[in-house]
Ligand binder design. Structure first.
Ligand SMILES: CC/C=C/CC(=O)SCCNC(=O)CCNC(=O)[C@H](O)C(C)(C)COP(=O)(O)OP(=O)(O)OC[C@H]1O[C@@H](n2cnc3c(N)ncnc32)[C@H](O)[C@@H]1OP(=O)(O)O
Length: 719
């Protein structure tokens, strides 16, 4: 709602009240309409200030209303009425003015911001555009290039930048409402014509066509199939080329296409899913709101390879004191140099001093004795990790949390090496650990809720999206990756090339196709795991039995490449070729194509034409099927957990919401039908067999994703 008071004799003060961010819900919009009308019709009121309660101006439209039948007064006429007012209206911006909140402020005649406020039009990240006049007023106010930047990226600007750009008229370090009231008193007699942004023309850019062509090219390159950034450019173009009223029509048209698009739904789902994963729960009933995290003052990292270095940086950047341990002196010195470099570069980017002093380096495990939390990041080898855990149990002070960065190994087995298994938890970071946003927090059967809460909170402090998951081989992310990759290999056997598979996945929106990704992360990683699992060893890839392992279809293609030292980028060749070891630009490799032909001939396989649809269906639907199994097994609490893991850790396109959301968009019946079809064609691939939960969901009428948990509960209770 909105409250009205008269202050300083003649200033009408309208204050938005809708905690936590004063979103413009129907009730708030109605409140604004009513209070503005009251202020304008009250002869004692000579000017008006609009502010928000609790230190926040406004976080924009109420996103929760988007999926519902909209009621209450619409934003556009409400903002027009404010702009058309004959009394000066001043926006007092504290905290945030985002989306519809900033559009409301742009309809006011003046804007005063607190120095700590942030402003922006982030609609693009929700699959929308600023359709309450934002695409038409902002370019008129600050020029086309700056408006294009803010509207297509959705980035927030500080009050200082907003002042420089001309979005706000004044910045204050003091009480913003007091400053705005004082300002409103000083302008009460001023003419408002020039202050109505919609009356103004866009400052003409020098080469309009080149500017918009460049902008369009840029968004097409970075958007990976997202439609909202493209619509944002089109709407700003309308501001630059059309009178205001026509521009508003164009804005409305473009918004209508976006609003009903699946992408907007997916992105809005992601907004809430990202927040929902913070409200974790464990099968024991332990939850985020009943488990209190422990304070962590000092952390330690064991093993300073790529992962350990990134984890050290991420911890130090939160302000924690970190002991970094690597047993070999030479590697320790190399790691010190690398970590210091990363800290310096990070600090430079953020305009702060590097926190080099927070990290101490040591060759001796004894140095972690007084740490509150230790993260083991040694080589992915169970025996080695077990040894480290045994040593840590002897060295660490009582109560120290013991965390492992394993990406797949059994947390319970590691926990059993210590006298206090309740203190053990997985913290699975993604490379580079100081950059990637995802953290899988893996609880074992005996991990205490307090320990899980501590790891989740630490992840949040590091700026990560932390997702709590159960313990199984590969946890959530890597467990689902296995059928996805396996199917990519099968597609090569059946007639595809790495380029074809990658193109289909990249056009779908993945940052990188599966083969380019495999070359980047190194083929040897998976090879080592398969060897440990008894699936691969030299010589096994020959003969008729080569394509059957443990009673099911197996593709030895990746093993064969590894046997020839084709490990990907690091060796300059893998699924693609590179100009040198460590090279990054992939090129199709004629050697690989002949190798595939020979391989198929040797195994009596006839190559057939594979299209993009088959690539997507076989790779993605098997991955989704595994996701349903994960839900059935209780490894992930809900589909949001899986989706956020894929969006933040595996390059799944956000505008497609994550694999489970995508399954809902495709239609669960369709996913089930295609899995049945492929399973019939490939009965030796168990991953293709539709899982029980998927069948149950379809039998329950394919409910929307937010209602899956009800069916999941029933299925789990019957297992
Ligand atoms: C007609 C269509 C017109 C569209 C124009 C628009 O205005 S679209 C909306 C534009 N606004 C945004 O995109 C802002 C989205 N919100 C945020 O980016 C952040 O929430 C924040 C405002 C920067 C605050 O971040 P912070 O980290 O401090 O808190 P949370 O993100 O955890 O948010 C707290 C709770 O508030 C809920 N919430 C935030 N914004 C909105 C919103 N615009 N509508 C509805 N709800 C919102 C958020 O979901 C959190 O709720 P929980 O229940 O605690 O999860």
């Amino acid at each position: 709602m909105a409250q009205f008071t008269r202050v300083s004799g003649s200033v009408g003060l309208i204050s938005l009240k809708n905690p936590p961010v004063n979103a413009l819900s129907a009730v708030v919009r109605q409140g604004i309409v009513d209070t503005v009308q009251r202020a304008l019709s009250d002869p004692k009121v000579k000017s008006v200030v609009i502010c928000g309660q609790n230190g926040i101006f406004c976080g924009g439209a109420d996103i929760k209303e988007f999926g519902t039948a909209m009621s209450g007064p619409p934003l556009v006429p409400m903002i027009h009425a404010i702009e058309a007012a004959e009394k000066p209206v001043v926006a007092a911006i504290e905290g945030l003015a985002l989306g519809g909140g900033l559009e409301l402020a742009l309809g006011c005649h003046y804007r005063i911001a607190h120095s700590k406020a942030r402003l922006g039009l982030p609609e693009v990240s929700l699959g929308l555009l600023p359709a309450a006049g934002g695409t038409q007023r902002l370019p008129r106010l600050i020029g086309v290039p700056a408006a294009l930047d803010l509207i297509t990226t959705g980035r927030h600007v500080t009050a200082a930048e907003a002042l420089k750009l001309g979005i706000v008229d004044q910045v204050t370090d003091h009480n913003t409402v007091d400053a705005a009231v004082k300002f409103a008193l000083s302008v009460r007699e001023h003419s408002l014509n020039a202050r109505r942004i919609s009356n103004n023309l866009c400052p003409p850019p020098s080469d309009l066509d080149a500017l918009f062509e460049g902008a369009m090219q840029k968004v097409r390159q970075t958007a990976r199939g997202a439609v909202a950034p493209v619509a944002c450019v089109q709407a700003v173009r309308a501001a630059a080329t059309m009178p205001y009223t026509q521009g508003m029509e164009r804005e409305k048209e473009l918004m209508a296409t976006l609003f009903t698009s699946g992408q907007a739904r997916a992105l809005q789902y992601c907004f809430f899913a990202q927040r929902a994963v913070g409200r974790w729960s464990m099968p024991s009933g332990a939850r985020w709101d009943t488990s209190k995290p422990r304070p962590i003052h000092k952390a330690a990292v064991i093993g300073l390879g790529t992962m350990g270095r990134g984890i050290t940086v991420a911890l130090a950047q939160t302000g924690l004191s970190v002991v970094a341990v690597e047993t070999q002196e030479k590697q320790l010195m190399e790691a010190k140099q690398a970590v210091s470099g990363m800290l310096k570069r990070g600090a430079k980017r953020r305009g702060v001093a590097p926190v080099l002093d927070l990290v101490s380096y040591n060759c001796n495990l004894q140095a972690v004795a007084d740490a509150d939390l230790v993260i083991e990041a040694v080589f992915e080898d169970m025996d080695l990790k077990k040894k480290v855990f045994q040593q840590l149990s002897a060295v660490c002070k009582p109560g120290t949390l013991l965390c492992t960065n394993t990406s797949a190994l059994d947390i319970d087995h590691l926990a059993s090496q210590t006298p206090n298994p309740e203190l053990v938890v997985g913290m699975h970071f993604f490379a580079p650990a100081h950059v990637m946003k995802l953290l899988e927090v893996v609880y074992g059967s005996r991990s205490s809720p307090q320990v899980v809460a501590t790891a989740m909170q630490l992840g949040k402090k590091m700026g990560k999206v932390s997702v709590a998951v159960g313990n199984c081989r590969g946890f959530v992310g890597n467990r689902m990756l296995k059928p996805y990759m396996e199917h990519a290999f099968f597609l090569l056997e059946d007639g595809a090339t790495p380029e074809l598979v990658d193109q289909a996945l990249e056009e779908f929106g993945f940052a990188m196709g599966v083969f380019r990704m495999s070359d980047l992360s190194g083929l040897d990683v998976g090879w080592r795991v398969r060897k440990e699992d008894g699936l691969a060893h030299p010589g096994m890839a020959l003969g008729q039995a080569a394509r059957v392992r443990q009673g099911r279809r197996y593709s030895p293609l990746a093993d064969l490449l590894c046997e020839q030292d084709r490990f990907g980028q690091k060796t300059g060749m893998g699924w693609y070729q590179y100009d040198k070891p460590g090279g990054r630009v992939s090129r199709p490799d004629p050697w690989l194509h002949s190798f595939l032909e020979e391989y198929r001939a040797r195994h009596g396989l006839v190559a057939r034409r594979i299209d993009h649809q088959e690539v997507l269906e076989r790779c993605l639907y098997t991955m989704i099927n595994e996701g349903f199994r994960i839900l059935e097994d209780g490894i992930a609490a809900g589909p949001e957990d899986i989706d956020m893991i894929y969006v933040f850790g595996y390059g799944w396109p956000r505008h497609r919401g994550g694999p489970m959301f995508y399954a809902g968009m495709v239609g669960l019946e369709r996913v089930l039908e295609r899995l049945e079809h492929y399973h019939q064609a490939h009965p030796d691939v168990p991953y293709l067999q539709p899982c029980n939960l998927l069948r149950r969901l379809v039998a329950s009428g394919s409910p929307p994703i937010h209602r899956w948990r009800e069916v999941i509960k029933k299925v789990r209770s019957q297992l």
